[in-house]
Design a protein around this ligand. Structure first.
Ligand SMILES: [Zn+2]
Length: 476
C-alpha cells in the first residue's frame, strides 16, 4: 500500500520527467517504415464527382503502388503515397485533373510524434494506478484526498496515448474507484485472444430513468484512429467524476440516462498499431488469405450488408457474409441480449467516434436515396452539436449524411454494413458517427497534446446531446 506522501512524491517525479524532454523516443516500438510516404490533398472540380476507386486506379496505373485514401469528401481527397513523386505534384494534378498539394511530407516523423516519449513514465503511472485503487481506512485518505489524487492521476494518464494493456489496467482501476455505478464486462474474446470490453454505467435511479434509457458510446473501430479511443475514455471519466463530485446534483445526466462505453472496439488492431504498423485500420482476423488478415469492422454489420468487390488485402474488406468479423458478431449478441424487448434497458442514443475531418455524420450510410423517418430530429440535434462545439472550442464540425463519406452516392455497395446504420436500426434513434480533429494537418496522427482538448470537446458533445434529449426544444 502506498502512502499519501509517497503518492504525492511519485506524482512530482512523473511530473518533472514528463516536463523535461531529454528522454529519447521509445526504441522498443518497431514500426512499418513509412519514411518514403507522405500525404497529398487533391481538390475536386465541383462540376464532376470522382469515385475513390477511379482515383486509385489512375494513380496505380502510373506506378504509385502504395496508394491509400485517407479521406474523401465533396471538396477534396487525401491520398497517402510515395513522397518521391511529390516533386512531380504538378504531373499528378494533371493526371487526376485536380489541384493537388502536399499535406504531410514525411509520415515517419509524424508517426514518431504520436508515440510515448518515455516508457518508464508509463510503468510508474500504471504501478501507481494499481497501488492506489480504492478508498482506504487510513484516516489520511479522506474522500477529498482520494478525489484529488484520482483527478491528478487521470490528468497524467491523458498526457500520452496508452497501449491496450495500460487501458485494461485503467478500466480495472476505474471499476474500483466507482464500484457502485460502473461495471466492467468482457463480451467475448477476439481472434487474438483479447477481451472485447464494455463499461456500463448505471446509477439505478428508477424515478428519473424508469425505462433504463441508454446511450452507447464507442471508439477505436479503426485502430489507427487513436484519438477516438482516448476521447471515449476521457468522456467516460469526466461523467463518472462529475457524478461522484455531486456536480449538478439531481440534474446530473447519470441520474436520467444509463451509458455503455466501448472505447476499444477493435483491440487486436489497436495492439497491432502499437507494435507493428501505426497505420493499421482493420482487425487482425484470418480472412482465408494468409498475407492479408483483417476485416474493416465498420463494414461488417448485418444491416443492409452487401457483398462488394473488395479483396482481403483491401483496407475496406467486409468479408463474404454479414458479421464475418468476430468483434461485430460479439457486439450484435451483446446488444440483442442487453436490449431484448420488454427488458428494463432501452437503447436510446449512440455515438461512434472516429477521426479525422471534424464531421458529424447521420444515418443512413448504405444509401443516399433513403432517409430515416425522423430525419428532421436527427438534423436538428446534429446542427445543435455543431454549434455547441463552435461555441466551446471554435472548431467547425460539418454535418454530413454518412453515405457521402463512403462514396455510396456513386458506388452502390460502398456504404454497406456500417455500425451507425445497425445501431439506428436496433433502436438508437439518436445515432451519429462523429469524426474528430483535425482537418488534415496531422490526419490520423494527432500528437498527444491533442488528447486533453479533444477529450474536453468530446465530453461537451455528449453533454450537449444529453441536454437536448432530456430537455427537447419546443416539441409538441
Ligand atoms: Zn474510422
Amino acid at each position: 500500500m502506498v502512502t499519501l506522501r509517497s503518492c504525492v512524491l511519485l506524482l512530482s517525479v512523473i511530473g518533472s520527467q514528463i516536463q523535461g524532454h531529454s528522454i529519447p523516443h521509445n526504441k522498443e516500438l518497431i514500426h512499418s517504415d513509412y519514411s518514403k510516404d507522405g500525404v497529398i490533398r487533391c481538390f475536386h472540380d465541383n462540376s464532376q464527382t470522382i469515385s475513390t476507386d477511379h482515383i486509385i486506379k489512375k494513380l496505380s496505373h502510373c506506378g504509385h503502388h502504395r496508394v491509400e485514401i485517407w479521406n474523401n469528401n465533396d471538396q477534396f481527397i487525401d491520398i497517402q503515397m510515395s513522397i518521391k513523386k511529390f516533386n512531380k505534384i504538378d504531373k499528378i494534378s494533371k493526371k487526376l485533373g485536380m489541384n493537388c498539394n502536399v499535406m504531410i511530407e514525411n509520415l515517419n516523423t509524424v508517426i514518431q510524434d504520436t508515440l510515448p516519449q518515455n516508457k518508464r513514465d508509463n510503468e510508474i503511472l500504471m504501478q501507481m494506478l494499481m497501488d492506489y485503487p480504492i478508498r482506504t481506512d487510513d484516516e489520511m485518505f479522506n474522500m477529498e484526498t482520494n478525489r484529488g489524487i484520482h483527478t491528478k492521476l487521470t490528468e497524467y494518464f491523458f498526457q500520452e496515448y496508452r497501449d491496450l494493456q495500460s487501458l485494461q489496467i485503467w478500466f480495472n482501476v476505474l471499476q474500483q474507484w466507482f464500484p457502485n455505478i460502473l461495471t466492467l464486462k468482457s463480451i467475448g474474446k477476439t481472434s487474438q485472444g483479447n477481451d472485447l470490453n464494455v463499461l456500463e454505467i448505471n446509477v439505478n435511479n428508477v424515478e428519473k430513468n424508469p425505462k433504463g434509457k441508454t446511450i452507447v458510446i464507442t471508439g477505436g473501430t479503426h485502430s489507427r484512429e487513436w484519438i477516438s479511443i482516448s476521447t471515449v475514455c476521457y468522456i467516460m471519466f469526466s461523467l463518472l467524476n462529475d457524478y461522484d463530485m455531486g456536480i449538478n446534483g439531481e440534474d446530473n445526466i447519470l441520474n436520467s440516462l444509463n451509458f455503455i462505453f466501448a472505447p476499444t472496439l477493435n483491440p487486436d488492431g489497436y495492439e497491432y498499431t502499437w507494435v507493428e504498423d501505426r497505420l493499421w485500420r482493420k482487425n487482425r482476423q484470418d480472412t482465408g488469405n494468409l498475407d492479408c488478415p483483417g476485416f474493416d469492422l465498420d463494414r461488417t454489420f448485418g444491416y443492409h450488408w452487401q457483398a462488394t468487390n473488395e479483396f482481403p488485402c483491401s483496407g475496406n474488406y467486409n468479408g463474404d457474409m454479414p458479421f464475418a468479423a468476430m468483434e461485430s458478431s460479439l457486439w450484435d449478441t451483446y446488444i440483442q441480449e442487453n436490449f431484448k424487448r420488454h427488458h428494463d434497458h432501452r437503447l436510446y442514443g449512440f455515438i461512434d467516434f472516429h477521426s479525422y475531418s471534424q464531421e458529424i455524420l447521420y444515418p443512413f450510410t448504405y444509401s443516399c436515396d433513403e432517409l430515416p423517418n425522423d430525419i428532421e430530429n436527427l438534423l436538428e440535434l446534429a446542427f445543435d452539436l455543431s454549434k455547441t462545439i463552435r461555441k466551446f472550442s471554435g472548431k467547425q464540425y460539418d454535418v454530413v449524411q454518412s453515405c457521402k463519406d463512403r462514396d455510396a452516392d456513386i458506388n452502390p455497395t460502398g456504404g454497406s454494413g456500417s455500425m451507425l446504420d445497425y445501431m439506428y436500426d436496433k433502436g438508437a434513434h439518436w445515432s451519429y458517427q462523429i469524426k474528430l480533429r483535425d482537418t488534415g494537418n496531422h490526419g490520423f496522427l494527432l500528437p498527444p497534446s491533442y488528447i486533453h482538448p479533444v477529450g474536453r470537446e468530446g465530453t461537451r458533445i455528449v453533454q450537449a446531446m444529453c441536454d437536448f434529449l432530456l430537455n427537447p426544444p419546443n416539441w409538441n
